[in-house]
Design a protein around this ligand. Structure first.
Ligand code: GAR
Length: 234
């Protein structure tokens, strides 16, 4: 199978970037990462790239007169390295039109909530504050809206009564590290198609078992109704 050439954009610690590196290393994804671009000179992602022998560029928006110019320069750097798929691994900016036009349906983002709920920053905090009983993460193609592009894959986790932003984030992150490499693998294998705005995956086998949270009474463990955080009566 042909090797997909990837460019990664990341702003921070890069645990998703690492999960992608690891999935390539083990041969799960037939791809190579040709370039890391970051908007943050202190991003730990830079060290991860170095360790792996991946070229990295720090590109600062403040050096550009407009967002369009910034993202068209990013597109040019990616093109120079023959990048075919652009992966946003914790890139904390809204992508400009010029990059999306250069890579239509070829820019993927990971978001820590079940879109279209809780777009934008701090998806996990938004979900926890709202009190949703099921949350999760989403990989989607990027369009010009804020986290509005076609959805490729989602994974769900229960929202627990005793969750904090941190505990929920931790549970979601574990799933992010599974579904982001998976989405890239599907792309690399040429299994992703579009029907209007809907992404369809060739050869996917779906599991119809529901996730119910909290679980149905008959599925509760004995004694579990006595546990749980302090709360006000109704
Ligand atoms: C991840 O949780 C990712 O979903 C989120 O930032 C974190 C980056 O972590 N992205 C967004 O919120 C984008 N709107 P990482 O740097 O360890 O991969």
């Amino acid at each position: 199978m042909k090797t997909l050439k990837i460019g990664v954009l990341a702003s921070g610690r890069g645990s998703n970037f690492q999960a992608i590196i690891d999935s390539i290393e083990t041969g799960y994804i037939p791809a190579r990462i040709n370039l890391l671009i970051t908007d943050n000179p202190n991003a730990f992602s830079i060290e991860r790239a170095e360790k792996q022998g991946i070229e990295s560029l720090v590109m600062l928006p403040k050096n550009y007169v407009s967002r369009d110019e910034y993202f068209s320069d990013i597109a040019a750097e990616l093109r120079k390295r023959d990048v075919e798929l652009v992966v946003l691994a914790g890139f904390m900016r809204i992508v400009g039109r010029t990059l999306i036009e250069a890579y239509p349906n070829r820019v993927m983002n990971i978001h820590p909530a079940l879109l279209p709920s809780f777009p934008g920053l701090h998806g996990q905090k938004q979900a926890n504050d709202y009190g949703v009983k099921i949350s999760g993460c989403t990989v989607h193609f990027v369009d010009e809206g804020m986290d509005t592009g076609p959805i490729i894959i989602q994974a769900a986790v229960p929202g627990r009564d005793d969750d904090t932003e941190e505990t929920l984030s931790e549970r979601i992150l574990k799933l992010e590290h599974k579904i982001f490499p998976e989405a890239i693998k599907l792309f690399a294998e040429g299994r992703i198609g579009m029907q209007g705005r809907k992404v369809v995956i060739r050869g996917a086998v779906f599991d119809d078992r529901p996730l119910i949270s909290p679980p149905l009474g008959r599925d509760l463990q004995e004694g579990s109704e006595e546990k749980g955080p302090a709360c006000d009566g109704l």
